[in-house]
Design a protein around this ligand. Structure first.
Ligand SMILES: [Ca+2]
Ligand SMILES: [Ca+2]
Length: 495
């Protein structure tokens, strides 16, 4: 539950009124308050963050050929959220929103500029999830990428491993490609020589030392973030010739506003590639297939580390006393909407893999089709672990963890820099950009978002309902004219 005042006062000084920002009571109201399952014994937490993993995993079927047996096994033993959305489709603000419980439009932490550092932007009494666990008597340890690396916040950790030596890609491989999309095998078949596996081993070693005290362990896997480098054996698990490419209708961008076409093409955060990334990648279908295979192969490599971590938890004897939270920080396009990378407000950029297993609460194999946000993780952990309530965004997911089929209608809000918002609510996605232009998709008949119906008068009322979930005020961009999002100002509506 959010309250104006306390930690939010600093933001008001910056001209932001939070009562307005958090309009739409349903968005942030806690759902009903069932009894916590953790009254007696402290539940441990294993927190697994996977960088740039979209919904291309077996249990979500985002790509029909994805091989992710360990993530699928976790889903089969816990609960998979079929419609989980990031708060922002890029590492920094997605992780910042999730880990501090404060969305970008409140904190001003919109991107990766040094001025977007959440530690400097957040009021001093804001606590990250690890800080909260440490203050409440947990042993806390982490390795890899949890916060955006540049904004790594060690407060809250008894120990943290941020770096481990990694191996360079094998540039002699025919699968090596440097630009504009970077991928290829590494020059070893030994997973244990690779950075992410070293992070995994570090967390496993810490688990063995501290398994008998309440623990919060955080494993931040950096793959499948680009470059898509993994041992050749993971590439070999996929038949290159048979790789299926995403469906990209030639006229898909015709019904988009100019700002959305810009985001699909040159976009924010990446320099313009002559002719556009998609034109380059799709000109040679085999190059496109090699890229899709590399993303899938690197996701399979990430999955192997998930398996190592969960096997170790089982061996420790703590599996049935540990909440497991596995999340990808946002999605990724590999050609859909003529777009590559993230940094966009469509389904493929914003939907991600999110699985929880809560001993005694989740039903093995449960699937939840209600819309949820990664911002819901913070209040959920507070409730599950009986920690003191915090003023944070999001809704506790405990009612859904208990009953995945319970119908809960909460909107998920996503943001791409100042002024660009998207709302997923029920079967709808409504997006409004800084120049006022809009997109509206009916997911129940158009899950690929091919038909923008924002201009259809039939849905005028629907838009009015969805619009109410978009904040009417937001923190200014502290990076000012140097912000990567400045490029979108060219689309500002002229008075
Ligand atoms: Ca990321
Ligand atoms: Ca279209």
């Amino acid at each position: 539950m959010l309250h104006c005042g306390s930690i939010w006062k600093t933001r008001i000084v910056r001209g932001v009124f939070l009562g307005v920002l958090f309009q739409g009571a349903a968005l942030y109201a806690m759902a009903d308050q069932p009894e916590s399952p953790a009254k007696q014994k402290k539940l441990n937490v294993l927190f697994i963050a996977i960088d740039d993993l979209n919904d291309w995993v077996g249990c979500l079927g985002g790509h029909p050929q994805a091989i992710t047996p360990n993530i699928d096994a976790l889903a089969a033993d816990g609960l998979v959220f079929e419609k989980a959305y990031c708060a922002a489709p890029l590492c920094g603000p997605s992780r910042t929103s999730l880990l501090y419980g404060v969305p970008a439009h409140v904190s001003g932490s919109y991107g990766h500029d040094s001025k977007h550092n959440p530690v400097q932007l957040m009021p001093a009494d804001v606590q990250s999830i690890p800080m909260m666990f440490q203050k409440n008597g947990y042993h806390t340890m982490g390795a890899g990428k949890l916060f955006h690396m540049k904004f790594h916040d060690e407060r809250g950790f008894d120990s943290y491993l941020t770096k481990a030596s990694g191996l360079r890609p094998d540039k002699s491989s025919p699968d090596y490609n440097a630009k504009p999309i970077s991928f290829g095998p590494v020059a070893t078949d030994d997973d244990y020589e690779i950075q992410d596996t070293k992070f995994t081993v570090a967390v496993i070693e810490d688990l063995e030392k501290h398994k008998d005290e309440p623990f919060f362990l955080s494993l931040g896997l950096k793959k499948p973030h680009m470059p898509w480098n993994a041992p050749q054996k993971y590439f070999d698990m996929y038949d290159l010739e048979k790789i299926e490419l995403p469906e990209v209708p030639a006229d898909d961008l015709d019904d988009l506003p100019a700002i959305a076409r810009y985001i699909a093409g040159p976009g924010v955060h990446h320099p313009f590639v002559e002719g556009g990334t998609h034109e380059y990648m799709s000109a040679d279908p085999m190059l496109w297939k090699r890229a899709v295979r590399a993303y899938l192969a690197t996701s399979t490599f990430a999955d192997a580390n998930v398996g190592r971590m969960i096997d170790a938890l089982k061996k420790s004897g703590q599996y049935d006393n540990t909440v497991i939270v596995l999340w990808g920080d946002h999605g990724w396009h590999l050609g859909e909407k003529n777009h590559w990378r993230k940094h966009a407000l469509w389904e493929r950029s914003t939907k991600t893999t999110f699985i929880m297993r809560v001993p005694g609460l989740t039903t093995p194999g449960a699937r939840c089709s209600s819309v949820v946000s990664l911002s819901d993780i913070y209040p959920t952990l507070v409730e599950l672990c009986n920690l003191p309530k915090r003023d944070v965004a999001g809704n506790s997911l405990v009612p859904l963890l208990k009953d995945a089929e319970k119908k809960v209608l909460n909107p998920a809000l996503m943001q791409l820099g100042p002024g660009n918002y998207s709302v997923r609510y029920d079967q709808w996605r409504y997006t409004r950009y800084r120049d006022g232009s809009e997109e509206l998709y009916n997911q129940s008949v158009d899950p690929d978002e091919f038909n923008n119906v924002a201009g259809n008068p039939e849905f005028a009322e629907t838009k009015e309902v969805l619009k109410k979930y978009i904040p009417t005020e937001e923190a200014p961009d502290p990076a000012g004219e140097k912000s990567a999002f400045e490029v979108l100002k060219r689309f500002e509506a002229k008075p």
